[in-house]
Design a protein around this ligand. Structure first.
Ligand code: 3PG
Ligand code: MG
Length: 394
């Protein structure tokens, strides 16, 4: 993608109110404190650029999936965290639209920042309602979409709103970084390029044509094993993707792409950390058992492929790493990626679960790039057009 069409770098926002769609959908604990501020930190450069130009950023985001107004998902809970990171005052509106909100965003002192209340308190946000998008647009002279994590949603604030800024719509630095980093892997990374994919969903079609090796783990592995006639017991499987799995294997072979499937698996008699477990060949799982992680032989094989790789994309865990008994595969991959990053490999971690894993093991700053996108990154890797990006480009 050519970002030179929308360079916020080349534009000065001096004297402008700049409405910035960020993805501040961050996790909160029971006390409603932010437990992971990665997405807020990622958005700082765009916000600071507007401030530095002498513009006034007005931030807007959703938080969670509220049904109507829900105090527990108010932006008020995350204001302190934003103020701390930005080192300036943040003025929150009681509602994201309406005269009172406009009054607040019109009177923000220079150097300070506005924040609209949770966009999803209005159903119109998810419906992509045009009138609502127009009401939001009243908060800005210019619009920047920097919410990569929400770019796969065609919502009012992420896509529909762009039409109200025909000559003043931009993509921010988060968007730019995400796309540039993924493109670095998919188009022109130093070879060999390896994709590690896990998770439940078969997302390989477009990846297969872009990389040299694919390491498959997670729920997806059992779909491939079953497609090849293996016994997978009660393991997770996408029965409607068995044909796809075979087609992917065939197309990979034709292209000279090496797809690696696990050799062994940790089986359990229950989906629980208290389950009985043992190690089995992945295609010999008996009826009452389910595979919940890759086994030691698979870890060794995958590690040796990674040792020889120069560019790596990781999307999706190897097992149910939230449970200690099934975390070893995911943990080993995470540590291996940190290790090879030190020796010069480019490692990109994308997708909610693998990002959660890299954070869980405290390795986020030891890999090359950690994506802020979960579903958005998956859809991008699947080759889909993301509405939030298309709306600004179009
Ligand atoms: C996310 O965290 O996945 C994004 O913020 C989008 O949220 P959503 O999945 O509720 O649309
Ligand atoms: Mg999501």
């Amino acid at each position: 993608m050519n970002f030179m069409q929308f360079p916020i770098d080349k534009h000065s926002f001096e004297g402008q109110k700049v409405l910035i769609r960020v993805d501040f959908n961050v996790p909160l604990n029971k006390e409603r404190q932010v437990t992971d501020n990665t997405r807020i930190r990622a958005a700082l450069p765009t916000i600071q650029k507007v401030l530095k130009d002498g513009g006034t950023p007005v931030l807007m985001s959703h938080l969670g999936r509220p049904k109507g107004t829900d105090e527990s998902l108010s932006m008020g809970h995350i204001v302190k965290e934003i103020e701390k990171l930005l080192e300036t005052k943040v003025h929150v509106t009681k509602d994201c639209i309406g005269a009172e909100a406009i009054d607040i965003t019109n009177s923000i002192p220079s150097g300070e920042v506005g924040l609209l209340e949770n966009l999803r308190f209005h159903d119109e946000e998810k419906k992509g309602d045009e009138f609502f998008a127009g009401q939001l647009a009243e908060h800005g002279d210019a619009y920047i979409n920097d919410a990569f994590g929400t770019a796969h949603r065609a919502h009012a604030s992420t896509a529909v709103i762009a039409k109200f800024f025909p000559h003043s719509k931009y993509l921010g630095y988060v968007m730019e970084n995400e796309i540039l980093n993924v493109d670095k892997v998919l188009n022109g990374g130093q070879t060999p390029v390896t994709a590690i994919v896990g998770g439940a969903k078969v997302i390989l079609e477009q990846l297969v044509s872009k990389v040299d090796h694919v390491l498959i783990g997670g729920g997806m592995a059992y779909t491939f094993i079953k497609a090849q006639g293996g016994s997978i017991g009660k393991s997770l499987v996408e029965d409607d993707h068995l044909e796809d799995a075979l087609a992917i294997l065939k197309s990979a072979e034709e292209k000279g792409v090496k797809i690696h499937l696990p050799i062994d698996t940790i089986v359990a008699d229950d989906f629980s950390n208290d389950a009985n477990t043992s190690i089995r060949k992945i295609n010999e799982i008996s009826d009452e058992w389910m595979g919940l992680d890759i086994g030691p032989e698979s870890i060794a094989k995958y590690s040796s492929v990674l040792d020889q790789s120069k560019t790596i994309l990781w999307n999706g865990p190897m097992g149910v790493f939230e449970m200690e008994k099934f975390a070893e595969g995911t943990k080993s991959i995470a540590y291996k990626l940190a290790e090879i990053t030190k020796t010069g490999a480019f490692t990109l971690i994308g997708g909610g679960d693998s990002v959660a894993a890299i954070n869980k093991y405290g390795l986020a700053d030891q890999v090359s790039y950690v994506s802020t996108g979960g579903g958005a990154m998956l859809e991008y890797l699947e080759g889909k057009v993301l509405p939030g990006i298309a709306a600004v480009k179009g």
